[in-house]
Design a protein around this ligand. Structure first.
Ligand code: ZN
Ligand code: ZN
Length: 243
C-alpha cells in the first residue's frame, strides 16, 4: 500500500482561455495548501463541453478525501467548488510512491531536498522512514514552511543543473556535496530552525558521492558511525547531518 493518491481532476470551464481566469487556480492552491505534491500537470481540452484536466498526486488519503473542506481552497476556489468536478484515482506507474509516516508521535525527523529521485515530501520520519504530508509539515514547522519549500525546490533545480548541463556541472556538484555551499548552508539552517521550533532532532541529509564517502564527517572531520535509524547512512552527531 502506498501513502499518496495519484488522481485526475476534471473541471468544466466556460472557455478554453483559462490563463486569466480563476479556473487555473485550483492546482497551485492545492499545492500551497500542502494537499498535493509539486509535480502536477494541467491541460485544457477543446471538447464539448470544454474540459480542464489536472493530473496530480494527493499527499495521502486524508488530503484526497478532505481537500474540498480546506480553508485555503474554499477561500481561493469558491467558484470552482460550486461547479461540476469529477475526481478519479489514477495509476502512475512511473512515479515512486513511498509510505506515509504511521507514527502517532515521531521522535526524530530528517530534512530531504528535492532531486535524487525525491520530488515529494521534504520532511521524513526517522522512526518509520515514512514521509510527512505537506499539510501536516506546515502545521509542524510553522513560519519556516515557505522558506523550507523554496529551499527544497531550489535544491531540485541544482540537481537538474548537475544532471542536464555541461557548463555548470562542476558548480552544481559542488553545491550539492559541499557542507558549506549556499544550498547546504541554508538547508542546514532550516533543519536547525525546525528542530528549535518542534524541540526534536531534525537531521539534514547531505548529498555524498557513494565512491567518495568515508567515515570522516565532510563538515567537521570527526569520525562517524551508521545512523541508528538508517544503517545505510553515516551520521555526524556534532553537525546533525547524515550522508
Ligand atoms: Zn513515522
Ligand atoms: Zn560533523
Amino acid at each position: 500500500m502506498t501513502g499518496d493518491v495519484p488522481a485526475q481532476i476534471t473541471l468544466y470551464p466556460p472557455s478554453t482561455d483559462i490563463e486569466g481566469s480563476g479556473w487555473r487556480l485550483l492546482a497551485p492552491t492545492l499545492w500551497h495548501a500542502g494537499l498535493i505534491w509539486y509535480h502536477y500537470e494541467m491541460v485544457v481540452f477543446d471538447l464539448t463541453p470544454i474540459e480542464l484536466r489536472i493530473w496530480c498526486t494527493f499527499t495521502d488519503r486524508h488530503a484526497f478525501e478532505s481537500w474540498r473542506q480546506h480553508e485555503l481552497i474554499i477561500k481561493r476556489c469558491e467558484g470552482i467548488l460550486v461547479s461540476q468536478i469529477d475526481v478519479v484515482e489514477t495509476v502512475t506507474p512511473w512515479a515512486r510512491h513511498d509510505g506515509r509516516c504511521t507514527c502517532n508521535e515521531s521522535t526524530e525527523f530528517v530534512l530531504v531536498g528535492h532531486g535524487f529521485g525525491n520530488n515529494k515530501s521534504v520532511l521524513y520520519c526517522c522512526d518509520c522512514l515514512g514521509y510527512i504530508p505537506n499539510y501536516h509539515t506546515s502545521e509542524l514547522v510553522g513560519n519556516t514552511y515557505g522558506k523550507m519549500q523554496s529551499w527544497a525546490l531550489a535544491s531540485g533545480h541544482v540537481y537538474d543543473i548537475w544532471m542536464l548541463t555541461d557548463d555548470l556541472e562542476d558548480w552544481a556538484l559542488n553545491e550539492l556535496r559541499s557542507p558549506k555551499s549556499e544550498i547546504n548552508s541554508s538547508g542546514r539552517l532550516i533543519a536547525q530552525l525546525i528542530g528549535n521550533h518542534i524541540k526534536k532532532p531534525v537531521w539534514y541529509l547531505l548529498f555524498a558521492h557513494s565512491g567518495t564517502r568515508t567515515n570522516v564527517c565532510p563538515s567537521c572531520g570527526l569520525r562517524c558511525g551508521p545512523a541508528k535509524w538508517n544503517a545505510k547512512k553515516l551520521a555526524c552527531h556534532a553537525c546533525q547531518i547524515v550522508y
